[in-house]
Design a protein around this ligand. Structure first.
Ligand code: FE2
Length: 409
C-alpha cells in the first residue's frame, strides 16, 4: 500500500482498523496492513472528506466592501454585491479565492460546488473561476454553477448570459425564480433553466423559494418539470426555506412531489438561520427548510454553508443544523456527517464513503466520534485527497494550571 492509516475508528464499525490507500483509492480496510508510508489515527475517527455543496466563491471575502451590510439582510447583501460586481477583476477574484481555497482544504473540504454570478456582461468571475478550477484540480475539485443572481428574466440579457456562461465552462445550470420580478417570470426562470439542463446534459441547481413567503411555490414547478423532462437525480433545489412557512397540508404534498421527482435538496443552515424571519416580530421563525421531514420521506438532503463570513468550516453548518433543525436526537445526529459527505457527493454524481474502491478522500480527526467532532469542532489532523496528504495540523494541548485545580491532576 502507498499509504496506510493505522488504528482508525470508522463510524458504524466495531473496534479499530487500518485503511490502505493505493492509486488514489481506498484499497483495503482491515487490521495489520503495511504501507510504504504510515500515519496513525491513534484510535480516532477517520471520515470521508467534506463536500462544500453550496458556496459563492466569486463573492468570498468581500464583506464590508464597498460598504458594510448594516441590516445583515439578504436584500441589502444582494444590493451591495450588485455594486461590487462592477469592480471585479481577475486579480481581485484570484487573490480572494486562492486564499479561501487554502482554508477549505485545511477544513477537510475536497470538493466545492460554487455558484458564480453571471449577471455581469463581462462574465469575468466565471472566466476566472473556470481557470482556477483547472489549476486547482487534484487538490480541490470545483464545480461551477451559472447563477443569475438578479434573475434570468429580470436582468437585461439574462438568458444570453446564462448560455454564454455554460459555453465558457460552467458545469451546472442555475436559477432564482423567487427573485424574478413576477410570479410568471419565476415559472419561466425554472422552465428555462431546466430546459437548458435537459438540452445540454448538464446538472441543475436552482436557488428556490429562499424567502419566508408561504406563497413562494416554485419548488412545485421544479419538481413537475424534473418529472416531465425525466431529469431525476440531475436536479437540486437549494434553500427552499419557504417550505418552513407552508401550511402542513401543502408541505406534505410538496415533499411527496419532490420525492417522486428524484430531486435533491440542499439546505443552508448558517445563512438561513440569520436571513429568514427578518419581517417577523416575535415569535421569529427559524426559516430552514423541513430537513427532517424530507429525510424521512427518502429525499436526498445535503447541507452547505452559502456565505456567512465566507469559507466557513462545514462543521459549523452541521452544528447549526443540529440546533436550528432540532436534529439533536441520536438518530437525527447520525444524518449530519452524511449531509456533508456522501449525500452531497450523490448530488455531484460521485461515489464517496469508507468502502474499498471509493476515492481516497478522507479526514483523520483528533477525536474518536462524530459527536466529539461536532462538540469540539477541532482542527483536522490530516486531510487526504486522492490518497495524498494535502493538509496536516499538529495536535494542540491545553494544560489546566493552578493550585486550585489540583484535584483534576
Ligand atoms: Fe446561495
Amino acid at each position: 500500500m502507498e499509504l496506510v492509516i493505522k488504528d482508525a475508528r470508522i463510524t458504524g464499525r466495531e473496534g479499530l482498523t487500518d485503511i490502505g490507500l493505493e492509486g488514489g483509492e481506498i484499497a483495503s480496510i482491515q487490521p495489520g496492513l503495511k504501507g510504504e508510508k504510515e500515519i496513525s489515527a491513534e484510535g480516532n475517527l477517520v471520515s470521508p472528506s467534506f463536500y462544500e455543496i453550496h458556496i459563492h466563491l466569486d463573492a468570498i471575502l468581500t464583506e464590508g466592501d464597498p460598504r458594510p451590510n448594516q441590516s445583515g439582510s439578504l436584500w441589502e447583501g444582494i444590493s451591495i454585491w450588485a455594486e461590487r460586481v462592477k469592480r471585479l477583476t481577475p486579480e481581485d477574484i484570484r487573490a480572494r479565492v486562492l486564499k479561501a481555497l487554502r482554508w477549505f482544504v485545511a477544513h477537510g473540504v475536497t470538493h466545492i460546488r460554487s455558484h458564480v454570478d453571471i449577471c455581469d456582461p463581462s462574465l469575468v468571475a466565471m472566466k476566472t473561476l473556470v481557470e482556477i478550477k483547472k489549476e486547482a484540480a487534484g487538490l480541490i475539485d470545483l464545480q461551477l454553477v451559472a447563477f443569475p443572481q438578479l434573475g434570468i428574466f429580470s436582468f437585461d440579457g439574462g438568458e444570453e448570459l446564462l448560455q454564454r456562461a455554460l459555453e465558457m465552462g460552467a458545469d451546472v445550470v442555475g436559477g432564482i425564480p423567487h427573485y424574478e420580478h413576477t410570479r410568471e417570470y419565476g415559472v419561466q426562470d425554472v422552465k428555462f433553466a431546466l430546459d437548458l439542463a435537459h438540452r445540454t446534459g448538464l446538472l441543475a441547481d436552482i436557488h428556490c423559494d429562499e424567502t419566508d413567503d408561504d406563497q413562494s411555490r416554485f419548488l412545485e414547478t421544479m419538481a413537475a418539470e424534473t418529472i416531465r423532462l425525466k431529469l431525476g437525480g440531475r436536479v437540486a433545489a437549494s434553500h427552499t426555506t419557504a417550505m418552513h412557512s407552508y401550511n402542513n397540508a401543502y408541505a406534505d404534498k410538496i415533499i411527496s412531489l419532490v420525492k417522486k421527482s428524484g430531486m435533491h435538496v440542499i439546505s443552508n443552515p448558517p445563512d438561513n438561520s440569520v436571513l429568514q424571519g427578518r419581517f417577523d416580530h416575535y415569535p421569529i421563525r427559524r426559516g430552514l427548510t423541513r430537513v427532517k421531514e424530507l429525510l424521512a420521506a427518502g429525499v436526498n438532503v445535503a447541507a452547505g454553508h452559502d456565505s456567512v463570513m465566507d469559507a466557513g468550516d462545514p462543521l459549523h453548518t452541521a452544528f447549526i443544523l443540529l440546533h436550528y433543525g432540532m436534529m439533536s436526537g441520536r438518530q437525527d445526529r447520525q444524518h449530519l456527517f452524511p449531509m456533508l459527505t456522501s449525500r452531497p457527493a450523490a448530488i455531484w454524481g460521485n461515489p464517496h464513503g469508507l468502502e474499498t474502491g471509493n476515492p481516497a478522500d478522507l479526514i483523520v480527526w483528533p477525536v474518536p466520534t462524530e459527536d466529539d467532532a461536532l462538540r469540539t469542532i477541532p482542527p483536522r489532523r490530516y486531510v487526504i485527497k486522492r490518497g495524498r496528504i494535502v493538509a496536516e495540523t499538529k495536535p494542540e494541548k491545553s494544560l489546566v494550571l493552578g493550585e486550585t485545580v489540583k484535584f483534576l491532576r
